[in-house]
Ligand binder design. Structure first.
Ligand code: NAD
Length: 447
């Protein structure tokens, strides 16, 4: 756990002082490790009415060997709660959520999970149902802000008829893969998910390309995709050739030196993936730069380079990568946005434009009839404060504030972003497209 503040409040003297002053103490988060159980139970599973999703989740947890309970006995500590409110139609029914979750909160284990499952308000039948469904979002985000000790709360909204697609989202959120995903909403829709033969290798047999893979978040994405079974083409600029080669060697993939702004970048990536690995299934557009200046001082060069690296290059590469003969049917495209693209950031009009544009692109591509017909999903992550060389350049005070202003009181790690990207890349996730998932520890920025 990096950071001056974290170091102080977790020291012997600092801890006492922090307790006296009521200052937050960042907890060590439970992160995924190969071979670790999905979660150490028990998990409280329940909900309103027939609670069809709770039943599915109960079965899933049984298969995984995780104990479940339907209520919390006095003094009992649970690791997670899965609350199925898919049948909530009127405000009064929200009390079922309070009654289920409240008794579990005091004894919730560290890095615990609250997962609420509801239906998409857009599919509601009438005003009361729409309001009730949307209320779940406010409850979830508020619980996220009340939890301590690395615990998180997230909401999964499932379309009618898509319950079978919810498993991958619940698995992800319960696991250590979602350590830094907090206070977020995941929308699950139609699609034909395919379960992997082995949940420890959900990307086995897939070929992925990751841009900006020489260092930081991109290197971590390559690590995690390879750990999950994919063959990874690692792309970065020639100037980063040495570290690019290190990443590629580590993950057993190939290094491909390429500036993503080159006019033929998409074609060259496709040719490389096809000739060396037989095709392409997963595209992760991660390469990005910042060139910060207040708009009053922003020159044309800073403006244009950020927009071109972070967004223009993606548009050009997609023309080839997403055309027939590009990414294989059933493939997955993941883009990297930022909370600066949601909330804006001082000195980052160029960067904010590019990262908001990424979200616009996800909206449009995920609704594109040709891509939907080919079963290609398009999603984005929007990282908050992640400990990388990019954020190490941020001035000290701003950096400490960025680290702490979130519900988990700490910055995230590149692996946290990488885990979410790897999850978006799973075939078990065919029902998840058009999502922009913040990996930000429920950052107050852009909340
Ligand atoms: P980083 O600067 O550590 O790494 C970016 C990588 O992209 C570098 O290896 C760089 O050489 C490569 N790259 C830059 N321009 C390129 C080009 N034209 N062609 C090919 N490769 C190129 O940054 P990071 O922190 O790892 O960020 C990765 C992504 O995450 C970026 O899109 C960034 O905007 C986004 N992001 C980061 C944070 C954070 O807190 N670090 C937060 C939000 C979003």
């Amino acid at each position: 756990m990096a950071g001056t503040y974290a170091g102080i409040v977790n020291s012997a003297v600092g801890a006492k002082l922090a307790a006296q002053l009521g200052l937050p103490r960042p907890a060590r988060l439970r992160r995924y490790a190969v071979g670790a159980p999905l979660i150490e139970g028990p998990v409280l599973v329940g909900g309103l009415g027939e609670a069809p999703v709770a039943e599915r989740v109960g079965d899933l947890l049984k298969l995984e060997g995780v104990d479940t309970v339907t209520e919390v006995a006095a003094g009992e500590r649970v690791a997670a709660v899965v609350a199925d409110l898919t049948e909530a139609a009127v405000l009064g029914e929200l009390d079922a959520l309070r009654a289920l979750v409240a008794p579990a909160l005091k004894g919730l284990r560290s890095s615990g999970r609250i997962i609420i499952v509801g239906r998409n308000p857009k599919g509601a039948n009438g005003f009361a149902q729409a309001a009730t469904r949307r209320a779940l979002e406010g409850i979830t985000r508020s619980i996220g802000k009340e939890l301590r000790a690395g615990a998180t709360a997230n909401l999964v909204l499932v379309d009618d008829g898509a319950d079978a697609n919810v498993d991958a989202a619940v698995r992800f959120l319960l696991s250590g893969r979602a350590a830094y995903v907090d206070g977020q909403v995941i929308r699950v829709g139609a699609g034909t998910p395919a379960e992997p033969a082995d949940w420890a290798k959900p990307l086995a047999g897939k070929v992925a390309v990751v841009t900006g893979a020489a260092r930081g978040i991109g290197a971590s994405i390559a690590d995690v995709l390879a750990r999950d079974g994919a063959t990874v083409v690692c792309v970065d600029i020639p100037a980063a050739g040495d570290s690019l080669a290190r990443t590629a060697n580590r993950v057993g993939g190939t290094a491909f030196q390429l500036d993503v702004t080159a006019a033929d970048a998409g074609q060259r990536i496709l040719d490389h993936a096809t000739s060396r690995h037989g095709g392409l299934d997963i595209v992760v557009h991660n390469a990005g730069i910042t060139r910060d200046k207040l708009l009053a001082n922003m020159d044309e060069g800073r403006w244009a380079s950020v927009l071109d690296v972070n967004l223009g290059s993606i548009l050009r590469m997609n023309e080839v990568l997403l055309a027939d003969g590009g990414v294989r049917d059933g493939g997955h495209v993941v883009l990297v946005s930022s909370i600066a693209g949601i909330a804006g950031n001082r000195g980052q009009t160029n960067y904010g434009a590019s990262k908001a544009g990424v979200i616009g692109l996800v909206d449009a591509l995920s609704a594109d009839a040709a891509l939907v017909a080919r079963g290609i999903t398009v999603n984005a992550v929007a990282p908050g404060f992640i400990e990388t060389e990019m954020t190490a350049k941020v001035p000290f005070a701003t950096r400490e504030v960025g680290r702490l202003l979130n519900s988990l009181s700490q910055g995230g790690l590149p692996v946290d972003v990488a885990e979410t990207i790897a999850w978006f890349s799973q075939d078990a996730n065919a029902g998840v497209t058009g999502n922009v998932l913040r990996v930000c520890g429920q950052s107050l920025l852009g909340a």
